[in-house]
Design a protein around this ligand. Structure first.
Ligand code: ZN
Length: 352
């Protein structure tokens, strides 16, 4: 599984036959409630965050612009089939590249577009995203060369897989061209706690509920449809824990539960119909923190200890079956995620 919410394109890895089989260009679109459309970005290697299209009687708001400009342009073409109203607002739920790199495509397609982000998210975009296209450009070329090498040197790839690899190559070439032309589009409306917008016969509420996945995550609530959009505070089927603020994250997730929501759209993955998954994630984080703290109380402050002294004493495997639901790939990824979660909790403990 090559998914990640901060998509790393710095390392060219060999594609396994299983991954190649999954590298189809998949971008399912579904109407999760009246006038609320979810576009999932599942295509390897561009597994961008979800884009959500919210249609009012006067204007349209889009949540997150994805990772690749050409994919954002495809999304914009899809939006044109859903509504003749213009996209007036684009919300970036947080600064990670797989949620913001499509901003330019929206800004070009919709003159006067207002790009919204929480203040800290906007600052982190200015810091980390403004130069990201220039910085990561060489890695696209490396990926293309790696695919070329693999196609020519791996006879075990059957023709269908070879075709898929060549289709993947074409997408990489298009993405590279996109990144060469990419201009950073910063948020134009920055807020601290939240704001309410009227799209015409539909109000949406955007709120920053505290730190979690980043220090500036926003969620969006559509009251008339009882839909809550969580950004990467919630990622399905496994939480994304490369960075973030584990202990505050638990509290922020609990605040999500205060919304009267019947549909929860995570930052990645399909729409969820109840709080079950959120509770599962909270329980996992709580167990990780509790076990790391127990170990620290035995050996002394984390500041003077190493991660290696913690790792063997934290066991999150009891959660694995519930997250994996019998999928061996998710089970394997769970172990990697659990390792990162322990590291994240330890890092946080080291700052106390
Ligand atoms: Zn993401």
């Amino acid at each position: 599984m090559r998914s990640g919410t901060w998509v790393s394109i710095g390392i060219a890895l060999l594609w396994s036959a299983t991954e190649v089989a999954k590298a189809e260009d998949t971008r399912p679109v579904s109407e999760v409630a009246a006038g609320v459309h979810l576009i999932e970005h599942r295509s390897a290697p561009f597994e961008g965050g979800n884009t959500i299209v919210i249609i009012g009687s006067e204007s349209v708001l889009v949540v997150d612009s994805g990772f690749i400009p050409y994919v954002a342009r495809e999304d914009i073409a899809t939006i044109a089939t859903l509504t003749d109203k213009p996209v007036r607002y684009l919300l970036n739920t947080h600064w990670h590249n797989d949620h913001v790199m499509g901003n330019q495509a929206y800004a070009e397609a919709f003159p006067g577009l207002i790009i919204l982000a929480q203040e800290q998210t906007a600052r982190d975009m200015d810091l980390n995203i403004a130069q990201a296209a220039r910085r990561t450009l060489p890695s696209w070329r490396a990926q293309i060369e790696q695919v070329d090498q693999q196609v020519s040197s791996l006879p075990q790839f059957e023709q269908p897989q070879r075709d898929t690899l060549m289709a993947l190559r074409n997408r990489l070439v298009t993405a590279e061209a996109d990144y060469r032309e990419l201009t950073y589009r910063a948020p134009t409306l920055r807020f601290e706690r939240g704001l309410t917008l009227d799209l015409g016969e539909r109000q949406v509420r955007i709120e920053h509920l505290g730190r979690g996945n980043t220090n500036g995550d926003s969620v969006l609530y559509i009251g008339d449809a009882k839909v809550l959009i969580s950004g990467d505070l919630l990622v399905y089927p496994l939480p994304y824990v490369h960075d973030g603020y584990a202990s505050e994250w638990i509290d922020t997730l609990q605040r999500l539960r205060d919304f009267d929501a019947q549909i929860i759209i995570p930052g990645h993955g399909p729409a969820l119909s109840d709080w079950h998954y959120l509770d599962q994630v909270r329980a996992l984080f709580s167990a990780a923190i509790e076990q790391v703290n127990t170990r620290i109380s035995e050996i002394g402050p984390a500041e003077f200890r190493t991660l290696a002294e913690i790792e063997g004493h934290v066991d999150l495997s009891s959660f694995k079956a519930a997250f994996a639901s019998g999928d061996p790939e998710i089970a394997a990824e769970f172990d990697r995620m659990a390792g990162r979660l322990v590291r994240l909790v330890f890092k946080e403990a080291s700052l106390r």
